[in-house]
Design a protein around this ligand. Structure first.
Ligand SMILES: NC(=O)c1ccc[n+]([C@@H]2O[C@H](COP(=O)([O-])OP(=O)(O)OC[C@H]3O[C@@H](n4cnc5c(N)ncnc54)[C@H](OP(=O)(O)O)[C@@H]3O)[C@@H](O)[C@H]2O)c1
Length: 281
């Protein structure tokens, strides 16, 4: 494994620590990022940084894409497929883009793993993500060292597409929890109740969830260092609604999306998704 080469395309909040952990685990890492400065810290770990995706993927055994959305991944698709490396698609791009990438990979004869992750900046730094993996069974063993380097566990869920569907299910939960937390915090403030009393009241009981304290604490402090950007949470809420189609009434996701979009419009797109709070105001 130590000699295997991983090209990492996208070294943002998640891609950078994932690439660093791959390097620490002994992989040779070749990195590319649209804004080159964000990839530069990897050079200190012995990774090579390239100025184009084509150069980064040359000779790689794996290509890990950790880019913002479907169009960003699509922009590097030809480079990835041209490399012939196993394509690990880890960014959250939803059902339709994943199907397109899986089909393109199949046509090109390139092994493809749909591998979105659960967890945010800190778990990514700690190598404690949960990898949701979907793809051919014969790739499991080959991918295991890579996934072990970035994650605490890997859940294989079936053919490509299945992991992205599970990811959307989980992210519907994430945006719902954040929205519910924002509503209770904002309601407390409006009623003249200290919102910390709300967090204390639910603490340790059946109503408690760590996310309420994490995101609620940020809302109360009005401090939103980005862990998961508001604009990406809005993108994911849109992907959830698109995937759900017209026959399912996801009113909670729609409400969360409205708040997220209002927060983005108010200039909080790059803040942590807890800034959804501003969408209520
Ligand atoms: N943060 C989380 O908690 C988390 C958790 C699980 C999954 N995810 C998902 O993982 C993906 C990456 O998230 P992140 O938090 O790392 O986001 P991020 O910090 O915003 O990084 C996004 C990356 O995509 C690149 N990019 C954006 N548009 C591009 C384009 N048109 N062409 C080329 N590159 C482009 C960015 O390049 P620049 O640096 O040049 O902008 C950057 O490398 C997203 O799909 C997100 O939803 C995030």
């Amino acid at each position: 494994m130590a000699d295997e080469i991983v090209a990492v395309l996208g070294t943002g909040t998640m891609g950078l620590p994932m690439a660093a952990n791959l390097r620490r685990a002994g992989f040779a890492v070749r990195a590319w990022n649209r804004t080159p400065a964000k990839a530069e810290p990897l050079a200190d770990l012995g990774a090579e940084v390239f100025d184009s995706p084509e150069r980064a993927v040359a000779g790689a055994d794996f290509v890990l894409t950790m880019l913002a959305d479907g169009p960003a991944v699509d922009a590097v698709r030809e480079a990835v497929l041209g490399s012939g490396a196993v394509w690990i698609q880890a960014g959250t791009v939803g059902v339709e883009w994943t199907a397109r990438f899986a089909e393109a990979a199949e046509r090109a004869g390139v092994p493809f793993v749909d591998a979105p992750v659960l967890g945010t900046k800190q778990p990514a730094e700690q190598g404690k993500l949960v990898v949701l993996a979907a793809g051919p069974d014969e790739l499991r063993e080959k991918c295991a060292p890579l996934f072990d380097a970035v994650g605490a566990r890997t859940t294989w869920v079936g053919p490509a597409g299945a992991a992205s569907r599970l990811k959307l299910v989980a992210n519907a939960w994430v945006v719902a929890l954040t929205n519910a937390t924002a509503e209770s915090v904002a309601l407390a403030e409006t009623l003249g109740v200290d919102p910390r009393l709300f967090l204390d009241a639910i603490s340790g009981g059946a109503l408690d969830v760590p996310y309420a304290h994490l995101k609620g604490g940020a809302m109360i402090a009005r401090d939103f260092p980005p862990s998961f950007a508001t604009r990406h949470a809005a993108k994911d809420a849109r992907l959830v609604l698109e995937a759900a189609g017209d026959d399912l009434d996801l009113a909670g996701t729609r409400a969360a999306l409205a708040h997220l979009e209002a927060a983005v419009k108010a200039g909080h797109g790059d803040d942590d998704m807890a800034a959804l709070y501003y969408g209520l105001r």
